[in-house]
Design a protein around this ligand. Structure first.
Ligand SMILES: NC(=O)c1ccc[n+]([C@@H]2O[C@H](COP(=O)([O-])OP(=O)(O)OC[C@H]3O[C@@H](n4cnc5c(N)ncnc54)[C@H](OP(=O)(O)O)[C@@H]3O)[C@@H](O)[C@H]2O)c1
Length: 363
């Protein structure tokens, strides 16, 4: 197969490092450009990352020797070199919006991990198993941007990657509301225990902006296309509390849910989870988990350390479904925050965009 040429913007960061690992062995993608801030530009990738390498696996050798480019200063050159870019940068939101639109207008599709464009009405925010059809809004976005190839597509926040997939197939039973508490790993803040020693033996009951994202982003995922924008769904309503906990990787969530008159039986819920699959499985995309939602009958599962790498970190683990005294049911769920919740989710989205013809090889 003629591989797609890929650039990674923010390659030196926590999510960028995941992108480097995932793309180094990817059957469809080949890394041709690595970019970060002007501070890293001109250094080899190995020098630029230095002691910040946080992956379990060693740095891929081909990437280690590449010279890092300046994401802003070298934008035109990068856009020429690649078929599309992944983007995960730590900059101000308005700067990220401008940077991503700049690449799009240079006719370079951008598959982004950043939150800056999640609320732009013609930018699809996609979990390929849930709302793959939203990518059709790209036609309207291209019209607005005046581009033929270029566009921005984003993935949703890592906090919701466990409970939204679990709730999604239950909407048909008239799911009305959910309450969720998330227990989020420190890699979600781009940190390790070395760089954030205060997190050893600690829980911090606040993550800036996270509760709003956890409550509101699901409504865009569950929305629909109307004309040139995506219109949010009105429900199910979600209320959230988000905690940072002393885990390296893996976001856990405790979820309570309430249905209307058509409340399903526990066995119906489990069957729904077992049988659920989406467009990613239908297209047999390389990063798609075979079984997206796994239910554990053991009462002490899922566990972060044991279960976060299920199906390469791309599946969601669920357990402890039981009746509740105030809601109808409660359960626990888990997903890997820098794989399914960040870089892996974006790679899956890029695969979907290639398979559906929105990203092509440059002539
Ligand atoms: N960590 C997660 O689990 C997670 C999950 C979902 C979404 N996200 C989002 O992904 C993005 C990156 O997160 P992260 O955790 O990977 O952050 P990070 O580890 O702090 O890395 C930030 C990256 O941004 C680059 N950068 C900073 N200023 C720049 C500039 N002016 N121009 C170009 N590049 C610049 C850095 O390059 P230098 O090395 O040169 O400074 C580095 O590559 C954020 O928007 C975050 O909200 C993260």
């Amino acid at each position: 197969m003629n591989k797609y040429k890929v650039g990674i913007i923010g390659a030196t960061g926590m999510v960028g490092q995941r992108f480097v690992c995932l793309n180094s062995t990817h059957p469809w993608f080949e890394i041709v450009a690595l970019a970060a801030s002007a501070r890293s530009a001109g250094k080899t990738y190995r020098e630029a990352v230095g002691h910040r390498w946080a992956m379990e696996e060693p740095m891929p050798e081909a990437a280690a020797q590449m010279v890092v480019l300046d994401a802003e200063g070298d934008a035109e050159k990068i856009a020429q070199m690649v078929d599309f870019v992944f983007c995960a940068v730590d900059m101000k939101k308005d700067e990220i919006r401008a940077l991503e639109e700049r690449y799009a207008k240079l006719e370079c599709p951008v598959v982004s991990n950043n939150s800056a464009h999640r609320w732009t009405p013609d930018v699809p925010m996609v979990v390929p198993e849930i709302n793959a059809d939203h990518i059709k809004i790209i036609d309207a976005q291209r019209k607005r941007l005046g581009t033929k190839r270029g566009f921005v597509a984003v993935k949703s926040n890592c906090s919701l990657q466990s409970y939204v997939p679990a709730l999604h197939p239950l909407k048909k039973f008239g799911l009305e509301a959910a309450l969720v508490c998330t227990y989020q790993a420190i890699s979600g803040a781009g940190k390790t225990f070395e760089t954030w020693p205060e997190m050893v033996d600690n829980v911090i009951p606040y993550i800036g902006g996270e509760e709003e994202k956890s409550e509101q982003e699901p409504l865009k995922l569950w929305g629909h296309i109307e004309g040139d924008k995506i219109v949010n769904a009105e429900g199910p309503a979600i209320t959230a509390q988000c905690f940072r906990v002393a885990c390296s990787n893996g976001h856990m969530a405790a979820c309570f849910m309430r249905f209307g008159e058509n409340k399903p039986a526990m066995e119906e819920i489990k069957a729904c989870w077992a049988n659920f699959s989406g467009r990613a499985q239908e297209l047999n995309l390389p990063s798609a988990p075979k079984q997206f939602l796994h239910y554990f009958e053991e009462e002490n599962r899922p566990q972060t350390k044991l279960d976060r790498m299920l199906e390469g970190g791309m599946a969601v683990s669920i357990g402890r479904l039981r009746p509740d005294t105030q809601y109808d049911y409660k359960f626990v769920c888990l997903s890997h925050n820098t794989l399914r919740g960040a870089a892996g989710g974006a790679v899956l989205l890029a695969e979907l965009l290639c398979a559906e013809g929105y990203i092509g090889h440059k002539a």
